[in-house]
Design a protein around this ligand. Structure first.
Ligand SMILES: [Zn+2]
Ligand SMILES: [Zn+2]
Length: 415
């Protein structure tokens, strides 16, 4: 078997790995959009391929999927992952993904192109469905870690994997996002929940928690903090739809009818779901709308939102200080061209706003990466999804690993 990483050996984003079996069959793992604007050449998406395997519904892993879907090539993906990709498309008025989709069931082995034996493992990551893959062909075994951490609400799946790891791995392709980032202020989702609880318990006005609607772990952290503090969590129509999709596979997820949840009906979002297939959903959310309560008792509400509503902030500021909790990667705020930087940074100095960054990463820290690699005992480890492959190697060598190999994008390696 031959392995080529089209992108990902030296950047976070645009991940795509190609496996070519001895019989000529070609499988791609992930087909993400590049995040690095210095190199946007993605002409490899036109190359020959027999099947595509998608690890999770983040743009840097599936963003170029539509380049393949039109070619009737089978795309192996989780059903929830596809629902979440389409959720984002519904609310931005884009055409839904079409293609030859084959749905992955975790831990149930399946065969791709009569050649690649695949088993999907759930991972703990900042999206509700994310997979790692064990792939076998030509008597060789590859483990692709996907994106993962060990500190989220699904940490049990990380522990399950390292307690009972697959054996005889020839190659471990492992993510290394955090090699040069730290998580020292908030190490776990639980610590995020507690920090938010502390703030909202004392709020005199509304609190905004800025996060992605698809980060269900974070939503649950805020939801639990609201329940403990006896506050209501306000979500928009898009987040309500995401919850509906997650509820199809996860029974414990909060439902929009629960008393702690209120919905903010943004007209632009409601307009996106005017098709009759959304009739029932529209009726349900209309019953749960926040109404005018927020103007009378703003201290009872916590907005879980992609962005703060400047009009609402202006209307409510006479009630007291408004908390603005930024709850995702701070890097977006350092990029002046990013909409979050343009929106959030000016608010930090506003005297009616109390700003705080409370976040824990969706990616494993170096000690957790090492724990993972020690459990898997692969013959060779190649870092991927990292901007610091040399540092990755150094960190592993410090603790005795001699199996880390640095690869280059676009180069073919024989297993
Ligand atoms: Zn991800
Ligand atoms: Zn990623």
């Amino acid at each position: 078997m031959k392995v080529k990483i089209y992108r990902g050996t030296k950047e976070i984003g645009g991940t795509c790995v190609e496996l070519t079996a001895d019989n000529g069959k070609i499988l791609w793992i992930d087909l993400g959009s590049p995040l690095d604007s210095n190199n946007l050449d993605v002409s490899y998406v036109q190359n020959k391929v027999d099947a595509l395997l998608i690890s999770h519904p983040h743009q840097d892993h599936y963003g170029l999927m539509d380049a393949v879907s039109g070619r009737e090539i089978p795309i192996f993906i989780g059903q929830l992952s596809l629902d979440l990709i389409n959720a984002a498309k519904i609310f931005t008025a884009r055409k839904l993904s079409e293609g030859n989709f084959q749905f992955i069931l975790p831990y149930k082995p399946f065969l791709i192109a009569e050649t690649f034996k695949v088993k999907a493992f759930l991972t703990d990551h900042s999206t509700p469905e994310s997979f790692a893959f064990l792939i076998e062909a030509d008597g060789k075994q590859i483990f692709y870690s996907g994106d993962f951490r060990a500190t989220g609400r699904k940490k049990v799946v990380f522990e399950k994997l390292i307690d009972n790891p697959p054996e005889n791995i020839d190659l471990l392709l492992m993510e290394g996002t955090m090699v040069e980032r730290t998580n020292h202020l908030y190490e776990t989702e639980d610590s995020v929940e507690n920090a938010i609880l502390e703030i909202i318990s004392q709020q005199e006005n509304i609190t905004y928690v800025i996060s992605s609607g698809q980060n269900i772990d974070r939503f649950v952290s805020v939801f639990k903090a609201c329940r403990k503090a006896k506050k209501k969590i306000v979500i928009d129509v898009y987040s309500a739809w995401v919850l509906e999709m997650v509820a199809k596979v996860s029974k414990g997820i909060p439902k929009i009818e629960w008393e702690e949840i209120k919905i903010y009906l943004d007209k632009r979002q409601v307009d996106k779901i005017n098709h009759e297939s959304f009739n029932l959903f529209r009726k349900r959310i209309e019953k749960e709308t926040i109404g005018n309560d927020v103007f009378n008792k703003p201290f009872e509400f916590v907005y879980f939102s992609r962005r703060p509503n400047l009009g609402l902030i202006k209307n409510l500021q006479h009630h007291g200080v408004i908390n603005l909790i930024y709850s995702q990667w701070e890097g977006y705020l350092n990029d002046d061209t990013h909409y979050l930087a343009q929106l959030i940074n000016p608010l930090k100095n506003d005297k009616c706003i109390s700003y705080k960054h409370i976040h824990t990463s969706g990616h494993a820290t170096v000690p957790d990466l090492i724990k993972f690699a020690k459990a898997l005992t692969a013959k060779k480890i190649v870092p991927i999804h990292t901007a610091s492959r040399n540092k990755f190697k150094e960190e592993f060598e410090k603790v005795g690993f001699t199996s880390v190999d640095i690869w280059d994008d676009g180069k073919e390696y024989k297993l």
